[in-house]
Design a binder for this molecule. Sequence first.
Ligand code: NAG
Ligand code: NAG
Ligand code: NAG
Ligand code: NAG
Ligand code: NAG
Ligand code: NAG
Ligand code: NAG
Ligand code: NAG
Ligand code: NAG
Ligand code: NAG
Ligand code: NAG
Length: 707
Amino acid sequence: MVNATPRLSFLALTLVGFLESNRFINVGATAIHPQIPSVASFIDADGPGFVLSASTQVIVDSKFQDSGAPSLLNYAQTFREDLVALTGFNSVPEVKTGSIGDSGAIFMTLGATNHTYFSGVATDEGYDFEISAQSYIIKGSGAIGAWWGTRSLLQQVVMNSVASHGSIAIPAGSGSDTPGWEVRGFMLDAARHWFELPFLADLCIYASFFKLQSFHLHASDNIWDQNFISGPDWRDLYSAFRFQPSAGSPITGLVQLPNETYSRVDFANLQATCAAHGVTIVPEVDNPGHSLAFSKWRPELALPGAPDSLNLSYPDTIPTIKAVWDEILPWFTSAEVSIGADEYDASLANDYISFVNEMADYIAGQSGKSIRVWGTYEPSDTMSISRNVTIQHWDFPGDSIPVQLMEQGYRVINSEQAFLYLDGKTSDAGQFPVELDQSLMWGGAPGGGGWAPNIFTQDDPSNNTNPQNPLLRGSIMALWNDWGNNATTPLEIYYQLARSLAVFSEKTWAGSGVRDTALTQDQFDSIYETLNAAAPSQNLNRAVPPQRNNIIFEYPTITEPQATAFDSVGPPYTLTFTIKPSNASQISVPLLDGASMLVPFDGGVIFAGNDSKLHVSSLSFEDPSTQLWYPLPYTLPPDVYTTVEIHATRNYTYALIEGEVYWWMTNLDIWGEYMKLANMSFAAPSHFIGAEGFNGELRNISLVLGS
Ligand SMILES: *[C@@H]1O[C@H](CO)[C@@H](O)[C@H](O)[C@H]1NC(C)=O
Ligand SMILES: *[C@@H]1O[C@H](CO)[C@@H](O)[C@H](O)[C@H]1NC(C)=O
Ligand SMILES: *[C@@H]1O[C@H](CO)[C@@H](O)[C@H](O)[C@H]1NC(C)=O
Ligand SMILES: *[C@@H]1O[C@H](CO)[C@@H](O)[C@H](O)[C@H]1NC(C)=O
Ligand SMILES: *[C@@H]1O[C@H](CO)[C@@H](O)[C@H](O)[C@H]1NC(C)=O
Ligand SMILES: *[C@@H]1O[C@H](CO)[C@@H](O)[C@H](O)[C@H]1NC(C)=O
Ligand SMILES: *[C@@H]1O[C@H](CO)[C@@H](O)[C@H](O)[C@H]1NC(C)=O
Ligand SMILES: *[C@@H]1O[C@H](CO)[C@@H](O)[C@H](O)[C@H]1NC(C)=O
Ligand SMILES: *[C@@H]1O[C@H](CO)[C@@H](O)[C@H](O)[C@H]1NC(C)=O
Ligand SMILES: *[C@@H]1O[C@H](CO)[C@@H](O)[C@H](O)[C@H]1NC(C)=O
Ligand SMILES: *[C@@H]1O[C@H](CO)[C@@H](O)[C@H](O)[C@H]1NC(C)=O
């Protein structure tokens, strides 16, 4: 066995020189540094600030240790782990319970009062904090508020250690902070693209660093391609339902790809990891549109000629959807679920509305949970959707007008696509940006103050509302995967989300033009990279500790499969090797009983890692999570040495071979209307060299950071 990739401590990166000199620089009275999202208010105090060291004790007020779910104590324990991960201070003691007064302590308690969202509604997400030489006190209005207070502390640790070249002294003063809105989340289309749970858990942990509180998981859908949907081959179009029913369940037939589902136990672990970081998973099963997986199971439920849409007046349709929720409702810890309900035939509005209302009552009756639906234009003179249902607006002005919905008493979440939609890798004809559009987020909205959850359009201010509107619950940004599994690796999805989630967090926490302490774009730009690199307890960047001359590894030759200490190394990198593959047509593979057998030889795997493998065969990169291969239009000649230089950034990967450049690409099927070539970015497969049946010679191998 080999060690996992050494975990990256942010301070280990920035403080190498400083810690060796082992002295702290005294910081006088000065404001805390800007952070993401911005802190609502902070007043400096004279005198020395709080100095964090490897012996800093985290103390939880014993009066409140069990308050909240997770409890204040549980949050404190997760915070301590983050603090260790971020600073590399392995000797930070285990969390104690006690009372305030110990010096050198981070003290977490409850009792902060007067914390309200912009609507004036009280929230337990607020916190006050007080920083002095003796202690850093975080007082939440609820346990979750104290947790967000620990995110601020961590960000101050990062920003202060950078600014003062290593001392971790946080300036004295006191502050108070509250989010503007209750719903601050992101949606991932995990239906048209399969993602493994550890990746989703890492996204929660990353989003939590920026105080986002919900992760909306779009868990059933199909690729949209009219050629299939209106033709005889509709069963061949990709669709998925991601929750693996229990053995013998009546809904088993809904799962056509059992290898791409989450088990209840594994999903419970995901929810627990996210919850430990203050993030709630809000699951979505999308009906009656986007329902091809249902029609593949029960074709009689479909509307004739539109198998992606269910016929709601067919007697068995709603009972079937209820049976699906019966199976999965007990899985979920959130107080709300989404039944999707978007893009359904507007001429069937009454069917649609009664379906939504019936499901709202049913799900409330079965589980006590309330529901969300996507905003959909379903005009009816006789019926209306229950005010108990939250409408997640996404399409202005195509679906119902959000300000009008709020006038009618509906609670609304803003997911307006003009600001908040992304599509995996690329969108049709540039409809959506690769990351949230920074110029829109900071300045494009009316008044130039930038986007915020109360902004639905740039065009007509009467269509926007004010931040105080109590019916505006907040906002969810969305990343769709319209082109399916072969459009992106999971890490490419993270690259699109990384900065997007950070700017979105500022805008949903502080709004635009509400607080004078809100970040400016310049402030955001100047701190984002640092905070991204420091975000603890996940390593979606696949960063590695600093290496001499940026060399991760170098081997003049290997004679047998070689394990390294690096699971996977994120781009940019350059991976170079000279290879002489064997020209065998068959190879001998050892069997467990000591015998061996001959199997067709495809050349084996040159490099393997957690996020990618490189095969000899057509120098194909494989994404181990989807098991898809991305070949080069190139074949290595057998029995001679060829030198291959692979260059990768977050935007592309190419090989330089004997002066020729070859790009690893995918070919996206855009709505079945046209094909579009796109580059692929792969992390370096750095864990094993010459593994999995490789037969040949490898020389002059090196992996170097930088492309
Ligand atoms: C809470 O706010 C009210 C109204 O602004 C104020 O009168 C009261 O003193 C505040 N309480 C605390 C504990 O700050
Ligand atoms: C939906 O099902 C009902 C009941 O079977 C049927 O009467 C109706 O024609 C179906 N709708 C369509 C559009 O086929
Ligand atoms: C909303 O839900 C409450 C309780 O769950 C229920 O009593 C009420 O009838 C519902 N209102 C509507 C308009 O459906
Ligand atoms: C909002 O926009 C729509 C469509 O652009 C328009 O019809 C409507 O009158 C606008 N204003 C309000 C207050 O709804
Ligand atoms: C590989 O070896 C076989 C004989 O074992 C030979 O016929 C074939 O041409 C060789 N292929 C290449 C590409 O050199
Ligand atoms: C890499 O994969 C191994 C085995 O699947 C796993 O134990 C390890 O945690 C992974 N490392 C990272 C950094 O994800
Ligand atoms: C799941 O199985 C299907 C059908 O065998 C296959 O096409 C797909 O690649 C598999 N998915 C993964 C993630 O392995
Ligand atoms: C990737 O491409 C975008 C433009 O699409 C560019 O802004 C960005 O700098 C590129 N990033 C890298 C790492 O090359
Ligand atoms: C990617 O998947 C689509 C189907 O969604 C398919 O049409 C296309 O050929 C695939 N591209 C590659 C490079 O395999
Ligand atoms: C791949 O990236 C390179 C470098 O940015 C660019 O020149 C090329 O157009 C890209 N290819 C595709 C298919 O987008
Ligand atoms: C490996 O690199 C050395 C030094 O550049 C060179 O002499 C040698 O020929 C290379 N080996 C191969 C197999 O290309």
